[in-house]
Unconditional design. Sequence first.
Length: 378
Amino acid sequence: MLLSAGRYLAFVARLSIVPFYPELMARFTTTYTGAGALLSAFFLGYIACLIPAGSAADRWSPSRQILLGLLLMVGSGGAVAMAPSYGTVLAARVAEGASVALIYTASLKLVATSFPRAIRGRAVAIMEMSTGLGTLTALTALPVLSQWIDYRYLLLGLPMLCIGVVGVLPFLRLTHPRPSDGAGPARVPLHALLDRNLAFITLTALLGLFIVTGVLGWLPTHLTQSLGYSKAGAGIVTGVVLAGQLMGVYPVGSLSDRLRRRRPFIFAGTVGLIAAVLGLVVVGSGIWMYALAFFLGLGLSCSVTPLTILTMELYGPERAGVIGAVAVASAQAGSGLAGVVFGWVLDQTGSFTAIWLCSAGLGVLRLLTISRIREVTA
């Protein structure tokens, strides 16, 4: 329950501003680049705190670390919703990123130490379903509700939900089981884990989140500004993407457990992402957009989650917090770049086609890095 709630709230915080770029641009008299910078500010705080938070998760109580992250999210989420100046909101987005770093690394540690390899894919898949629901809330439920409720009050829903989770924590019985599938020597120095294989994993993670955040971050604006969708209509299309992801993530996790392989799923998911973003160049409104959105979601389910599992298995549960943070930090560098870089591309070209073509090129590069990852199958 704690893992699911924490991951859900983390992903609401991550993308909740995306449907409201036009409102934020009007509120602070800024450009697409300025709106994208608010997305990137989140990842600045996230990346800066990931490795310290991962190391703390290995040494400290992961559940207490999640509590600390939730409390920080309460304050920063309130500031994002109601602060009057752009600078204050920018700083609050950095703080939101730090809060999610605390929650995310602690959840990786709990999963690695609580579930053996034979069922870890399914366990991670269930947790990722919570992240999918959080993204669905941010990109679909919020824009639909904004027809009747001011977006600032919708953003205030995040800190209120955090307060609710904090309130039930004293009633949860939390344990931290030891790993049952062998962890190797405890407390392996971090420098001993930094090898060629991890370099390819981190580069693969960076490219993956660059593409995913670029697509999810700019798709709603593409739909409303270029294709004439209403905000609610764009939210529904984005919801179809996330429904495809939610429907795909558990079968992918379960099948990868059975085959004891993760890399083929990452490769196949990336191929699907390339095909989907190229589809966005030519597909307009209508039934084909919904079909493409669902296919895009399936690609997301294959390309991201198996990489998280693979990283845990290569380096062992005892260092899952910090080594997971290294890979995630690289991934979030890609996410942070997606906001500013794609915002700049849009300001320069005035065309979303440039964003989708850039994403496809990054996907091809990611296929090359995936092919160089060594996977342990025993």
